[in-house]
Design a protein around this ligand. Structure first.
Ligand code: ZN
Length: 358
């Protein structure tokens, strides 16, 4: 099939729906990477450029807070709201300069921090009133700890609000195992780690009439990287869910649901390929890119340790200046390059490398 043609900049509205539909047809998914500042955001855009594919850049609640600055008071979510807004403007300002299409998204939002997403949506509404498009492309609500009907009722309410700006909502059904961003699900009972096709069908019935949505389904995936063997990955849950919706609702589409794979870090290429073949369009990656950023910096600090003890004086002489080793740009860029390379690998694993023209 022909490559999808995209324009550089932030993808919103119907263009995002078309992008996900193309991904399903092309058996490709996009990496969704958590960024925490301009360094990681730029590394992500550099990866999209190298992979000739759009990238999903997302901010978590604490990632957005960090983007705003750890010293800010976050008691009324101000740091997480304005940090997310700042991150979105940073990406909007530079995406065309990098020449890449980007999807702007916020990650997990549990019930107790809904005021965070409320605040970010208000900024999108303001931006929409001025420009005709929302600041962000999509948001995620993670109400998987709530009973199903309560989860879906809150999601329906939020989707009807953001659908006015043609935004997409990502919901979560079932619990992603492991720990991320201060949420620890590592002790959750094993049967809760699997979404049922009946739940996906119910979500489709509640949300499809309202607007565009994606489903983070649990099929044994976990946040973070753990020794194998604890939980068994069952991507066939995604296939069975597609079958349930297709046969019982006569949608006319092979894959009526767009799935999101959380906890992509540490997954094998075979597991990723199988999940993508069942309609996964987005795979979250965080732990692996954190490692890819930090590892080259650790190597630099180890290798150049003798040049980092003082501003003057190193093995080459007691008065030799160490400025070029001290400058954070030197080692931060090593981190950026490591993260970019890991993301390019993710595009290849997900089958989206080079499948786009822009
Ligand atoms: Zn997640």
């Amino acid at each position: 099939m022909a490559n999808l043609k995209l324009s550089p900049g932030v993808i919103t509205g119907n263009a995002l729906k078309e992008l996900f539909a193309y991904c399903k047809e092309a058996r490709a998914a996009l990496p969704a990477v958590n960024v925490i500042g301009s360094d990681s955001a730029n590394a992500a855009m550099a990866a999209a450029k190298e992979a000739k594919a759009p990238i999903i850049i997302q901010l978590s609640h604490t990632g957005a807070q960090f983007y705003g600055g750890k010293t800010l008071d976050n008691s009324a979510q101000a740091a997480s709201i304005m940090g997310a807004v700042a991150g979105a403007h940073h990406v909007r300002t530079l995406a065309k300069t990098y020449g890449v299409p980007v999807v702007l998204h916020t990650d997990h939002c549990a019930k107790k921090i809904l005021p965070w997403v409320d605040g970010v949506i208000a900024h999108s509404e303001d931006y929409f009133a001025r420009t005709g498009e929302p600041l962000f492309s999509s948001h995620m609500l993670d109400l998987s700890e709530e009973p199903l009907e309560h989860n879906l009722e809150i999601c329906r309410k939020y989707l009807s609000r953001i659908a006015k700006m043609k935004m997409t909502l990502e919901i979560e059904l079932g619990v992603t195992g492991g720990e991320e961003d201060g949420v620890d699900n590592s002790g959750v009972a094993h049967d809760k780690l699997y979404t049922s096709p009946a739940d996906v069908l119910r979500a489709f019935d509640v949300l499809d009439p309202v607007g565009s949505f994606t489903v983070a389904a649990s099929f044994g995936n976990t946040h973070g990287v753990y020794a194998p063997g604890n939980v068994k990955l069952k991507p066939t849950i995604l296939r069975d869910s597609q079958n349930a919706v297709r046969t019982q609702r006569k949608t006319g589409k092979d894959e009526p649901v767009s799935f999101v794979f959380h906890g992509g870090s540490g997954s094998t290429p075979e597991e990723i390929k199988e999940a993508v073949s069942y309609g996964v369009v987005k795979m979250n990656i965080d732990t692996d890119t954190q490692w890819a950023f930090t590892q080259p910096i650790k190597k630099f600090m180890d290798d150049k340790g003798a040049y980092l003890q003082s501003q003057l004086g190193n093995p080459e002489g007691p008065e030799k200046p160490n400025k070029k080793y001290i400058d954070p740009r030197g080692w931060l860029h090593l981190g950026e390059k490591g993260m970019t390379a890991r993301l390019v690998q993710a595009f290849k694993d997900l089958g989206s490398f080079g499948k786009f023209d822009f």
